[in-house]
Design a protein around this ligand. Structure first.
Ligand SMILES: [Mg+2]
Length: 182
């Protein structure tokens, strides 16, 4: 059973923007995302966001500013009765990326260790090939949503090494898949 569900942030939980999100006012939930997270909460699954935020490493925003964005995200979710068990951030810019920055598995492994979940009990939901690559490296289940950048990645086709990948419309569909009896 999948006990730990890791979510990419932009394009999965909140709407992808054509620019870096640096203002809490830029946060808008993907339709159905809050209800999907609420379903996971009700099913006693642990739900964490694992997000690359190179805007920090690029100097566009500081960690306090990022925390205000996440406060806004948590408030929007709470208004719909949903909550996150954690938000894990990698501030690395791409030119100084550590293994924490996706496609590295570092943040996923941290989440799994913190929640004592093995790869077979963990799923990653993302809209970017980097999310799938990170999940592959961590050994966990992979779901690509078509919100955000996901539709264009799905249309281009995925590298065979990433398979199996479930491709679904959005987070609501991903959660329906995760909670379906296997
Ligand atoms: Mg994304």
């Amino acid at each position: 059973m999948t006990r730990l569900v890791l979510l990419d942030r932009d394009g999965v939980v909140n709407v992808e923007r054509p620019h870096y999100i640096t203002d809490p006012g830029d946060v808008e939930l993907v339709s159905g995302a809050a209800a999907a997270i609420r379903r996971l909460n009700a099913a006693s699954r642990h739900v964490l966001i694992v997000t690359n935020q190179s805007a920090v490493g690029r100097g566009l925003i500081d960690m306090a500013g990022l925390e205000r964005i996440h406060d806004r995200l948590r408030a929007l979710l709470a208004a719909a009765g949903a909550r996150l068990d954690g938000v894990i951030v990698c501030p690395d810019p791409p030119w100084a990326a550590t293994a924490r920055r996706k496609p590295g598995p570092g943040m996923l492994l941290e989440a799994m260790a913190a929640h004592a979940a093995g790869p077979a009990e963990t799923a990653m939901v993302g809209d970017d090939v980097k999310d799938l690559e990170a999940a592959c490296a961590a050994g966990c289940r992979r779901i690509l949503v078509k919100t955000g950048k996901g539709a264009s990645f799905a249309a281009r086709g995925l590298a065979p090494a990433l398979e199996p990948v479930a491709i679904v419309d959005d987070l609501a569909a991903a959660v329906a898949l995760l909670l379906a009896p296997r």
